[in-house]
Design a protein around this ligand. Sequence first.
Ligand code: PMP
Length: 338
Amino acid sequence: MYYNSLIEAIGNTPLVKLNSVTKGIKGTILVKVEYFNPGNSMKDRMALKMIEDAEKAGVLKPGGTIIEGTSGNTGMGLALVAIAKGYKCIFTLSDKQSQEKINILRAMGAEVIVCPTNVAPEDPRSYYSVAKKLNKDIPNSFYPNQYDNLSNTAAHYETTGPEIWEQTEGKVTHYAAGVGTGGSMCGTAKFLKEQNPNIITVGIDSYGSVFKKYKETGQFDENEIYPYMTEGIGEDILPKNVDFDLIDNFIKVTDKDAAIMTRRLAREEGLFVGWSCGSAVYGALEYAKEHMKEDDMMVVILPDHGTRYLAKVYNDNWMKDHGFLESRDFATAKDIVT
Ligand code: PMP
C-alpha cells in the first residue's frame, strides 16, 4: 500500500487516552494527536480543503501562486499541498517570528517576505497589507485568508468530526479545542452536535483574547485585549470561522499554566506537543473536574508537534526567565535550573 502523494496521508490521526495528567478526574479523556499529519499539525486538513475549494471555484488555476500571511502551521500545510499540486507559495510574516520558522517555510520551497511587526494592520508595510497587495498584483494568485475562509471549518466538519465519531463509536460526550481561527472547534462541533445534540463543547481561550467575554456578554471588549505568548489560540478579532452558537463554554488559560501542562504531556504521557496543546488540556481538565461524570468521554484536540517550541516551553532557561518553573509543578527537582 502506498500513497500517490503526501496529501493522501492527511487526516486519520490517532485518538489516545490520557493516563497520568488526568488523575482524580472522572470519565475518560482522549486526545486527538494531530502531529501525525504530514506537516505535523491539524492545519494540513484545512490547507488542503482551502486549496481544493479554490480549484473547484476556479479561483486557483494550474501554475498559480498561493499567498498567505502566516508564520506557522498553516504555512507548512499550504506549502506541502502546493508542492503536491504544483503551485508556488509566498508567505508574509512579521519580524517577531523566529528565524527557524522562516527557514522551515523556505525549506519547503516557499518565498518568505518578512514585514515589520510594530505597524497597524492597515499600514501598507504590515504582513497583512503586503499579502493583500501581492494578491492584487500577481496574476493567478490566491489569498486563502484562513480566518474568514469557511473552507477551514468545512475541513474539520468533513474529516475531524467524522473521525472522532467513528473512533469513539459515538460515545463522545464532550469536545474541547483551542479557538484561534475557530475552524477546528466549530467544524468538528457542528458535525458532532448533528450526530448527538447533547454533546457539550468547551472552547479554550487565552487571557488577552476577546472570545470568552464576547460569548458571555455579546460585547466586543477592547479591554480584554493585551499581549500574551501562547501561539495559535485567542484573537483580538472575531473571525468568520468562529460560530459562537456551537461553543457552549469558554475557559481561559494563562501562558504559564499552558506551558507547564505542555511539559507534563511530554514527560508523563510521551506526547511531545506544542504549547497550545497544554492550553487545551489544562482548560479541558478544569472543565472536566467540575462537570464530568464516570461514564463521560471527552475528546481534546492537540493541534501540533513540540519541535517548534524547543526554544520556548521546552527550554528550561526560557521557562525560568518567564517565571514559569516552580518546584511544585514538577515531579523531579531536576526541573529547577539554578
Ligand atoms: N494551536 C495552534 C498551534 C494553531 O496553529 C492553531 C491555529 N491558529 C490553533 C491552535 C487554533 O486552531 P483554529 O485556528 O482551528 O481555531
